[in-house]
Design a protein around this ligand. Structure first.
Ligand SMILES: Cc1cc2nc3c(=O)[nH]c(=O)nc-3n(C[C@H](O)[C@H](O)[C@H](O)COP(=O)(O)O)c2cc1C
Length: 170
């Protein structure tokens, strides 16, 4: 797919087919996560790949929508390891920024393969920690189902470019 088309085609998929993801397709999507840039190249993050089959009740504790826990063959969780990330002199940690970039790499690569994704931030972090067995210092930042879409995109509602892009000064 042409890159501009990938950007246009990505949308939050909230219904998935149960169809399995081919191994080579999955590898390309995971490689996009690994190739993302990070502040000072610290790569202070990790991705948990969770097959949903048989784990639906556990996943539903993390985020209770059926399309999250019980449709797509996989759910992924991008995690930050803040203690290993780059911190600016004024104390600002870039760990979450690094994770967001890597997750978006994964999401755009998935779109390019015809797969659907949906950023999930409104999950239960305590349930996520328990179900995924996250060690101390590893923080779940974002989830997404990963699977072939079973819905259609809606028209995008966005602010106008002029509202968001400032020329020279805010
Ligand atoms: C950081 C982040 C967190 C989000 N969390 C959720 C969520 O918990 N549940 C959900 O259904 N959508 C979630 N979304 C999806 C947004 O609602 C969606 O991206 C936005 O409405 C624009 O629609 P589009 O992705 O289809 O273009 C999240 C998106 C982002 C970027």
């Amino acid at each position: 797919m042409d890159f501009a088309e990938v950007i246009r085609r990505r949308y939050s998929v909230r219904a998935y087919q149960r169809r399995a993801i081919e191994e080579d397709v999955l590898q390309r999507v995971l490689e996009a996560f690994v190739l993302a840039p990070t502040a000072a190249n610290r790569q202070a993050f990790g991705l948990v790949v969770i097959p949903t089959a048989g784990r639906e009740p556990e996943l539903a504790r993390i985020y209770g929508r059926d399309w999250f826990a019980a449709q797509a063959p996989l759910v992924v969780c991008a995690c930050a390891i803040p203690d290993q990330g780059w911190v600016r002199r004024d104390g600002k940690s870039y760990a979450d920024v690094d994770v967001a970039i890597a997750m978006d790499h994964l999401i755009l690569a998935a779109t390019n393969e015809g797969l659907g994704t949906c950023w999930i931030g409104a999950f239960d972090p305590a349930a996520a920690r328990e179900v995924l067995g996250l060690p101390e210092g590893v923080e779940p930042i974002a989830f997404s189902p990963l699977g072939y879409p079973a819905d259609m995109p809606k028209p995008k509602r966005r602010k106008r470019l002029e509202q968001l892009v400032h020329q020279e000064r805010w």
